[in-house]
Write a protein that binds this ligand. Sequence first.
Ligand SMILES: [Zn+2]
Length: 182
Amino acid sequence: MLSFFPIAMAFFLFIYEYRNYRLLKKARFLYEKDGVKYYQIESEEDNAITIKSVLYGKNIVIVGKEDFRILAHEEGHLHQPYFIYYFLTISALAISYNILTIPFLLIIYKAMFLHYERAADLYAYYNFNVKYSSDQQRPNSRTERLKSWLFDTHPPDYIRTKEEYYEKKTSLIKLFLEDLLS
Ligand SMILES: [Zn+2]
């Protein structure tokens, strides 16, 4: 059923760019620096979202206050490939071929995000000496730990603050397995 591919691809692209459009529309334009447009959304909690889009270019949406530490991480994302588009293409191909590939796509999606989030953390650390800070404690329950790996957009906070996390030679899979098995 590869004839379904263009439809799936168009649909995914539409959803993704529409989400970008909504975010940028909601945000207030601040300034442009080195080809990157900076926007801001008011919020109590400080964060940021990087949007690298073929339609909208490179953008950073600052959520809450502008924070050097958060921007160091986002700059890491700016240097990464347009991985969302690769993922959308692979997904459109896979589901046109067989809808039962969806669980595998979800695993790839999760692994891809964890990988690129950690890469952005490493970028912030090696270029700006910024480590993620959080006082979140490691949950005692294994189920709770698994849930933070599965449902957070980033690796769990208590992992992102560990020394080992910033050692390039330590793979994320190793940290994940150690966290679950110990
Ligand atoms: Zn990030």
